[in-house]
Design a protein around this ligand. Structure first.
Ligand SMILES: [Cu+2]
Length: 324
């Protein structure tokens, strides 16, 4: 908690600080950190005090006497062996307890299940009970346990949203679990925490904790097909999207053409905050940059640069933003 107090003023600057927990899981880790920190402070103070005392009291110089030898002093030997051992035990007990608590599956029957699939280099989120498929941004309601089922489509990744909990690996061919109950509304930043190839450092995500009513509205909208497109530029963009490779890799539910799912589901992309797995704000300019120079914006990305005119790119941006 002390960490939260010290860093209260810097939240905006450090959106991925584990010292400002916003869930039960993250709070447990932060409490543990605090305990260990204060043990370390205690050790530091004692060691420095003895050191300073010794330096001043036994300073060398003419007429100064040498300190008494303590070699072979049994009481001292036992003391300074036992003290660190006891401190380590005091640290180990809460640490192991915390590991057991955060490792076991949740027993909350009302938990919201989300399947998280790590992909080079973005995140897919599926809500099996709600019929939602989205990417890079997961919405969850405040105060309700979230039960994540973690998988990988390719290599090892690691799910990490520091303010909501600890890291957990996504392992090909194996399902891992992670659960937490968010306690405050907000946008929480996350990042892949296991090196997974070229664009690993650009594999970000957001977990958006909503008021329950806002979550329900989001869920209802996102479970449905794409909204009707009325704006003429956006309609032209839809034509470009369907006629070019885009639809081969991206699903837009409700389209006449069935999309491929190699890339993120874009059905409600216009309502997302970011582009390219959390690396750019979702604005018209950034979308144009993304489509115009994908490999420059995110080197190594598995989205190729499609050859398009500036006009087509502008139309595509209008279309993507209209997919609310
Ligand atoms: Cu990674």
């Amino acid at each position: 908690m002390w960490g939260a107090v010290v860093l209260q003023g810097c939240n905006g600057e450090y959106p991925q600080s584990a010292l400002h927990p916003s869930s039960d899981f993250a709070t447990r880790l932060d409490d543990l950190f605090d305990q260990i920190f204060w043990w370390a402070v205690g050790v530091f103070v004692v060691v420095e005090a003895v050191l300073l005392y010794t330096i001043i009291r036994f300073r060398a110089g003419p007429g100064k006497r040498r300190p008494k030898e303590i070699h072979g002093n049994v009481a001292l030997e036992i003391g300074w062996t036992l003290a660190p051992a006891l401190i380590l035990v005091a640290i180990a007990i809460p640490t192991v307890q915390t590991i057991f608590i955060v490792d076991r599956p949740t027993d909350d029957e009302n938990a919201l299940v989300i399947e998280v699939i790590g992909r080079q280099w973005w995140w897919e989120f599926r809500y099996p009970e709600l019929g939602i498929v989205t990417a890079n941004e997961a919405h969850v309601p405040v105060g309700r346990t979230v039960d994540l089922r973690l998988r990988s489509a390719d290599v090892l990744h690691s799910f990490w949203v520091p303010r909501l909990g600890g890291k957990r690996d996504l392992v090909p061919g194996h399902e891992n679990h992670l659960w937490f109950r968010p306690d405050s509304v907000g946008v929480f930043w996350g990042q892949c925490a296991e090196y997974c190839g070229t664009a690993h450092a650009l594999m970000g995500m957001r977990v958006i904790v909503d008021e329950p009513a806002d979550f329900d509205a989001w869920a209802e909208l996102n479970a449905g097909d794409a909204v009707p497109i009325t704006d003429p530029e956006a309609r032209a963009g839809r034509g470009v999207f369907m006629a070019n490779a885009c639809i081969g890799c991206h699903v837009v539910r409700g389209s006449p053409v069935v999309g491929g799912n190699f890339g993120p589901d874009l059905t409600h992309f216009g309502g997302r905050l970011t582009v390219g797995a959390g690396i750019l704000d979702n604005t018209r300019e950034n979308l144009i940059r993304w489509l115009d120079a994908t490999q420059h914006v995110k080197p190594g990305s598995l989205m190729p640069e499609v050859d398009l005119t500036d006009e087509q790119i502008a139309q595509l941006a209008a279309y993507l933003l209209a997919l609310r």
